[in-house]
Design a protein around this ligand. Structure first.
Ligand code: NAP
Length: 246
């Protein structure tokens, strides 16, 4: 389904990004497994893909750093000549109530979650426009759709990603490039695993389907948006959240 396609997945050494990388590779894409701190885990993802007969390469880059991003994108374009599928998945949280939130924590979250996507999209835009096709998928959050107490920085970054998605979708639509966002709800990964048990219990109560999601639920939506079944869909936000955003 994706054979001949080159995919870049940011933050793909673990969590949702890892599942997205494995799923795209299983469907034929050559996957660049970006990581920042998790080198060994990213190499393990590459190993799993190669073991299953796929192609992948791990590349380090802090997406918040423009120079770092520029170096990674140049290396990718030098080696693979193009990127067909870009998944901006890298993300962090620095939760606190607004009154106690430091400027440093606000900036760190915006720089990784929102500016990171700006960097990768902008640096690949010439290549996408030249190819007159491509899929850009930004991993937002239900927090960016609904807001969430204790996550003003994170919600702002994820709502910002939705604005970025819709604007770039309008700019790139006439060239056949689709830009969409996926807004996961409450998914079992290290990000949510770090939360206290009572917080998890309360958060689960807010899910109409009554359970947390799996990374696989997000990866399946990304696969749909990366493939040609979604060629006429752009500028949309897909909540994969067990009904949280109803
Ligand atoms: P996670 O387990 O904490 O993993 C975060 C990933 O982001 C890691 O692979 C990490 O890479 C990468 N990352 C962080 N900062 C980076 C940077 N500066 N440059 C490059 N990579 C960076 O989180 P997750 O739950 O899988 O979340 C993945 C995405 O889904 C995030 O954007 C998150 O906001 C979003 N999301 C998650 C949930 C949820 O319930 N889990 C809900 C809604 C949205 P390294 O380890 O290599 O540093």
């Amino acid at each position: 389904m994706l054979s001949g396609k080159v995919a870049l997945v940011t933050g793909a050494g673990r969590g949702i990004g890892k599942e997205i990388a494995l799923t795209l590779a299983k469907n034929g894409a050559t996957v660049i497994v970006n990581y920042n701190g998790s080198k060994e885990r990213a190499e393990e993802v590459v190993h799993l893909i190669e073991e299953a007969g796929g192609a992948a390469k791990a590349m380090r880059c802090n997406v918040a750093d423009a120079a770092d991003c520029d170096a990674m994108i140049k290396e990718i374009l030098g080696e693979y000549k193009k990127v067909d599928i870009l998944v901006n998945n890298a993300g962090i949280t620095r939760d606190n109530l607004l009154m106690r939130m430091s400027e440093e924590d606000f900036d760190a979250v915006l720089d990784t979650n929102l500016k990171g996507a700006f960097h990768t999209i902008q640096m690949l835009s010439r290549s996408f426009l030249k190819n007159r096709s491509g899929k850009i998928i930004n991993i937002s959050s239900v927090s960016g759709v609904l807001g969430n107490a204790g996550q003003a920085n994170y919600s702002a970054s994820k709502a910002g990603l939705i604005g970025l998605t819709k604007s770039v979708a309008r700019e790139f639509a006439s060239r056949g490039i689709c830009v969409n966002a996926v807004a996961p709800g409450f998914i079992k990964t290290e990000m949510t695993g770090a939360m206290a048990e009572d917080v998890i219990e309360n958060a689960t109560k807010a899910i109409p389907m009554g359970r947390m999601g799996e990374a696989k639920d997000i990866a399946e939506m990304v696969l749909f948006l990366a493939g040609n079944q979604s060629d006429y869909i752009t500028g949309q936000v897909f909540c994969v959240d067990g009904g949280m955003a109803i």
